[in-house]
Design a protein around this ligand. Structure first.
Ligand code: GTP
Ligand code: MG
Length: 719
């Protein structure tokens, strides 16, 4: 394969709601570029892009797939991504390294929630977008509605380049208002016949053409002047204006296609090759030193690995973008994360599982490497002394489940495989929770986790089971209480002696110094000396105030007392959960000249604290999440009533171009399997995100239930 220079490269991510036809469109693109000789179909499990067994099983994309097409002397690197929100990781990582995205919109549905979500990601990442209205050959295709939806989403920035003449089962022609020609196809699609615009379409075509010319001129002052002078722009001038509009996201050009019938695909590829921004026209990537690394063939070599997959016969395959410099077979690079040397022994241009060997490539291109030692997704490979790129940031996971191997002896193997799966898919997060005594998997939805389970079973022959994940409750106190404890033990030689008196109270930021407390009718006055704040690893604080007067306990026993208290903080008396936000004032005690030692004070501290805790009106706290639901108006009522059943506090509601956005605070305990329920009450048209907000006290009836459950568990453990 020839070495493509930056101005001959176009890196494009295909995005679009689930089932809108990305993989089918990619198939036609690969066919047109001659990468494949026959077009496969998703249903027949023979597309270039969906080539993993799980994708065949589900008949949908699960992973992003890198494809390339040499077309009209350009190399189009196209990444087909999954549309289901569960697999959004593949979308984000692909968009991070490509220069533009083509969004497919299913013309039977118009703009869907999936379209909205992906649009938000593209917007956040500042990626130029081209819009492909797809499936125009379907009987229920509705171009007008789709166009209205797009106008609602993008306003006047959505600009028609093409419109269909006869959407529906007879679909075979589009009018192209950039070329001012009609393209029509025979039954097999492919190469179109380019004909004059028929008389009955002329007015409509003129109108769209004028809108396009004006929009193109708007992006460039010199074009604007030309336009005013001559009243028109030629095709090259228009392309220039459109390219600028696309780059700064002031124009979202609309194309019309049927991926399945291969109609409109060639013309779109031509446009992508000629007009879509290339890697040398877009901002560079920012490295860990905060410097912008632009696409420069003569720059220092720096590559970023955006995807890893394990493939049959090849092992681990690493997909990378060469951000800067040149790369040749045999080169040595440094893995900037691990510091080790990696040799580029084999380099490929890929199209799904089809691979072509490359001996050299330059900045801006995308390729794959095999046989590396320690490089993974999100690592950089660079020349010596060159800064790495920061890892791609993914949206917070919103679905959790506990997992265990059906066979206990497989636990270790499960751990290894989960680790490996996380390296392949960083949106899958594995947490070994000491607190909950569970392995918790965090992902983007039930499909996401089920796909993982499917792979464990079918690829790695490991049967696993999902369990309800436990909730990381916390305990705290709601009023102050006093306790003292004397630990005394006489055994043979030297004994043990330690006595500690303390007041504990709820801690909150900004509270004043401890002063005086009424205990058993008496006034206890505190003289605070040192204040020790401990930020707890599980959130919240433990504050120890030394109020000892007259040296009743030696300072050297303080750490031991703290240790004793900490042990109890790790295992709250109500449900065994971590305790937080407590202030302890140690104000008195006793020592013995011979028998006092660390262990004695640790025990005294622990028991005094435990006793005080019980009398300080303890309370269970639960994690509460900020939940944002995006739902079409039709399902709003059902979604709201379901949320209310989940103890949600609705914080806001607003409309966003045809969709309703609900924001609410919901306890994690009520969010179990929410993605499944939401999907079923909205026929799959709604979506949500959730992010941890704070710990809040559980309502007293819930607390009662939790205490009972804990009691039962303890009894069972004691049996
Ligand atoms: N008639 C018709 N069917 C299409 C067209 N494009 C896709 N389809 C069908 O729509 C279904 C989904 O197509 P895919 O190509 O898998 O869609 P996708 O966007 O890749 O879906 P995900 O990977 O799940 O996001 C399949 O049954 C396709 O055969 C089209 O242009 N016309
Ligand atoms: Mg797909």
């Amino acid at each position: 394969m020839k070495v493509y220079q930056p101005n001959e490269l176009k890196n494009i991510t295909l995005i679009g709601s689930a089932g809108s036809g990305k993989t089918t469109l990619a198939e036609s693109m690969m066919f047109e570029a001659g990468v494949i000789k026959r077009r496969g179909e998703v249903e027949n499990k023979n597309t270039v892009s969906d080539y993993f067994p799980i994708e065949h099983e589900q008949e949908r994309s699960v992973f992003s797939t890198v494809l390339h097409a040499e077309f009209n002397n350009k190399k189009l690197n196209i990444i087909d991504t999954p549309g289901l929100d569960d697999f959004v990781g593949g979308v984000i990582s692909s968009m991070a390294i490509t220069d533009s995205a083509v969004m497919t919109i299913n013309s039977m549905q118009g703009v869907e929630v999936g379209t909205q979500i992906l649009n938000r990601h593209a917007e956040k990442m500042g990626k130029p977008l081209l819009l492909a209205i797809n499936q125009l050959d379907q009987e229920k295709s509705n171009f007008e509605k789709t166009l209205d939806d797009l106008k609602a989403l993008y306003g006047n920035k959505a600009i028609i380049i093409q419109y269909p003449v006869n959407a529906g089962t007879d679909f075979n022609a589009v009018v192209d208002v950039l070329k001012m020609k009609m393209y029509q196809w025979g039954a097999d699609g492919g190469k179109p016949e380019v004909v004059d615009i028929p008389a009955d379409q002329k007015d409509q075509a003129e109108e769209y053409h004028n809108t396009l010319v004006e929009a193109a001129a708007e992006n460039d002052e010199s074009l604007m002047e030309l336009f005013f002078e001559k009243g028109a722009l030629n095709e090259d001038q228009m392309r220039e204006g459109i390219r600028k509009g696309i780059i700064d996201r002031s124009m979202f050009p609309i194309f019309c296609v049927s991926g399945k019938k291969n109609m409109g695909v060639r013309r779109m590829m031509e446009f992508l090759g000629n007009v879509a921004p290339g890697p040398d026209e877009m901002p560079g990537m920012i490295n860990e030193d905060g410097e912008e690394v632009v696409c420069d063939v003569n720059g220092k070599t720096a590559a970023f690995v955006f995807k890893t997959s394990v493939e049959e016969h090849l092992g681990e395959v690493l997909y990378f973008k060469l951000v800067s410099g040149k790369l040749s077979e045999g080169d040595d690079l440094i893995n900037s994360k691990r510091g080790g040397k990696e040799r580029v022994s084999q380099m490929f241009a890929v199209a799904g599982k089809n691979r072509e060997k490359l001996s050299e490539m330059v900045a801006g291109d995308i390729g794959a490497l095999v046989k590396l030692k320690e490089t993974k997704t999100n690592h950089s490979l660079t020349e010596k002394g060159v800064a790495a790129f920061p890892p791609i940031e993914f949206p917070a996971p919103k679905y959790r489940a506990a997992i265990k191997a059906e066979n206990e002896s497989d636990e270790e193997k499960l751990g290894e495989l989960l680790h490996r799966m996380h390296e392949e898919d960083p949106t899958l997060i594995v947490e070994y929770s000491k607190e909950l005594k569970q392995v918790i998997i965090h992902g983007n939805g039930e499909f996401h986790l089920n796909s993982m389970k499917w792979r464990l079973k079918n690829i790695f022959k490991l049967e696993t089971e999902f369990l309800d994940p436990k909730i990381p409750y916390r305990e705290t106190i709601t009023k102050y209480a006093q306790a003292d404890y004397k630990h005394k033990k006489q055994s043979g030689g030297s004994g043990q002696f330690g006595e500690v008196h303390m007041i504990i109270e709820p801690f909150h930021e900004g509270m004043g110094k401890p002063s005086s407390y009424k205990v058993n009718g008496k006034e206890l006055v505190m003289k605070a000396k040192d204040i020790d704040e401990h930020v707890l690893p599980w959130g919240g604080k433990l504050v120890i105030v030394n109020c000892i007067v007259g040296g009743s306990i030696d300072i050297r026993f303080q750490p031991a007392i703290l240790k004793g208290i900490m042990e109890k903080m790790e295992e709250g008396p109500l449900t065994g959960s971590y305790a937080r936000d407590i202030r302890v004032c140690i104000y008195d005690g006793k020592m013995h000249a011979v028998d006092s030692n660390e262990i004695s004070f640790k025990i005294a501290g622990r028991f005094a604290f435990s006793e005080a805790f019980k009398n300080a009106a303890p309370k269970i706290m639960e994690p509460v999440y900020n939940v944002e639901v995006l739902v079409p108006a039709d399902y709003m009522g059902d979604v709201m009533s379901d949320l209310q059943g989940r103890r949600a506090m609705i914080a806001g509601m607003s409309s966003e171009s045809g969709y309703e956005k609900i924001t609410a605070k919901v306890p994690l305990a009520e969010m179990n399997k929410y993605s499944t329920t939401l999907s079923s009450i909205s026929s799959g048209s709604a979506t949500y995100t959730m992010e941890f907000d704070e710990y809040a006290p559980v309502p007293s009836d819930e607390q009662g239930k939790l205490l009972k459950t804990y009691e039962k568990e303890q009894e069972e453990e004691d049996k």
